[in-house]
Design a protein around this ligand. Structure first.
Ligand code: FMN
Length: 202
């Protein structure tokens, strides 16, 4: 089965990316994981977490932190332009960027493939494969909005990390799970972690 490319960038809400890794591996998916340079900085300054950059050490780090042995996890450096996933000839099921910073979003929108995340997103658009982008910023300025429109027009699906209220979430984990599972819905992955709307209670 081909892999899912998962990218985590330097926006707030690393927790969404972490839970995405965990859920995919728990469900025995194959994950190609890229953290942007900014993601390491945000992890450090926002959560005081030092994530190893070296790919093998990082894979071990996630396995231990998330307590999951199943699935396949391959980590890449943000500047590994010769990685297999940088080529359209390498088949994937799609790509998810969560959380997506306005920097990464803007560079993808302008075709400026500086790092491996931007190159992979470019590849997914040119190959007409699913590209799900979850932008995290508020408020949005007109440049953000125009970049989002450009990406949506080019075929990306824009799925902001917005919680549902009808589920009556009790914990932050409830909110995270709802957002992450809805992102996977957009990728066509059927994961059974949340209560779905079935009409008002009688
Ligand atoms: C603690 C912290 C939180 C940040 N949160 C956001 C955010 O929510 N959205 C955003 O677009 N940028 C945010 N930034 C700024 C980005 O990290 C910065 O623009 C960075 O260059 C993005 O790099 P990347 O797109 O390569 O990940 C944050 C920075 C820090 C240090």
């Amino acid at each position: 089965m081909s892999s899912i490319v998962l990218a985590i960038t330097g926006a707030s809400a690393l927790q969404l990316g972490e839970r995405s890794i965990q859920i995919l591996l728990e469900n025995c998916r194959s994950v190609d994981l890229i953290l942007s340079k900014g993601a390491y900085e945000v992890a450090k300054s926002e959560r005081n977490i030092n994530i190893p950059v070296e790919p093998k050490a990082q894979a071990d780090y996630w396995r231990t932190k998330l307590g999951v042995k199943s699935g396949k996890l391959t980590c890449y450096r943000w500047n590994d332009h010769s990685a297999s996933i940088a080529s359209g000839s390498h088949k994937t099921r799609g790509m998810l960027i969560v959380p997506c910073s306005m920097g990464t979003l803007g560079r993808i929108a302008s075709g400026f493939s500086l790092d491996l995340i931007e190159r992979c997103a470019d590849v997914h658009l040119k190959e007409n494969r699913p590209l799900i982008i979850s932008p995290r910023e508020s408020p949005l300025n007109l440049i953000h909005i125009e970049n989002i429109k450009r990406l949506a027009t080019a075929g990306a699906l824009i799925v902001p990390p917005i919680p549902a209220w009808y589920t009556n979430p009790q914990t932050i984990e409830d909110i995270i799970d709802f957002i992450v599972v809805r992102l996977f819905d957009s990728l066509g992955e059927d994961l059974n972690y949340i209560k779905r709307w079935e009409g008002p209670d009688k």
